[in-house]
Design a protein around this ligand. Sequence first.
Ligand code: GDP
Length: 291
Amino acid sequence: MFESLKKKFGGAVKEVQGEEIRKSDIEDNIRNILLESDVSFDTAERIIGDMTDFISRVKKRITRTEVSEALKSSLTNILTENSTDFDILNPGKKPFVILFLGINGTGKTTTVAKMANYLKKNNRRVVIAASDTFRAGAIEQLSILSERIGVNLIKHESGSDPASVAFDAIEHANARNLDYVLIDSAGRMQTNKNLIEEMKKMKRVAKPDMTILVLDAMIGQDAVHQAETFLKETPFDAVILTKLDTDARGGAILTISDQLQKPILFIGIGQEMDDLQSFDPEWYLERILPD
Ligand code: GDP
């Protein structure tokens, strides 16, 4: 994952080694790499600004190591400024209700199942609410996945009221003293008036303790626009970024961190149930920064 970004950063840093660094060197070398790697213009400018500030503080002539340090320091700030100390495994309320939002195809339904699997492997007791009653196949998909991972699923007929499915799942969790209720939801565009009303009803009925927006890393900067559209009508607390294993350019994480100002809680790195991991900025930086 992210080999191409690492190679590009490595090349850029190597080129400037031992030379007298001017602002324009950084701008030329690093900005292009960032923009090619799906980092937005604003985020790229922020990184360039951080690096040139850092370098002008150090000295005129600068080593390769110092260029790497400047880059690492800027990226670390971007990735950690919204990180949260919230511990998903010990949320302090039972059941802890999590609502998942996302556009169709982002990987929302798969992510709900992956999250249930993650919690179960950590000895937490979970029920899933199949509240995407709109997309043909979503209930069936969750039935197969929940059976595979051994987690209870509450489902109604296709087309039924999503809030009522969530309500039943919460009752189920209360009766059995379960730890989590994970609610899938319909993933049509957020500009759809009916969906907005449906989501508001869901929030009233299920009163989620946390709302997570699922975003597809492959769509890069568009993920930020998608998230901003959601924020207007159905606010969310955190993000899960899917399909990083297929994100050839690798920079979407930086743009999303910088521009959304929401924590990235987990990342999806494949289609299997175990392919979800909590997002660790160090893990990402190790993969993209030159050795
Ligand atoms: P939904 O419409 O948002 O509920 O999307 P689905 O959960 O049905 O996922 C759409 C496709 O994305 C499926 O083929 C999933 O297997 C795939 N998918 C989900 N997450 C990941 C991921 O992290 N990596 C990869 N490669 N594929 C994923």
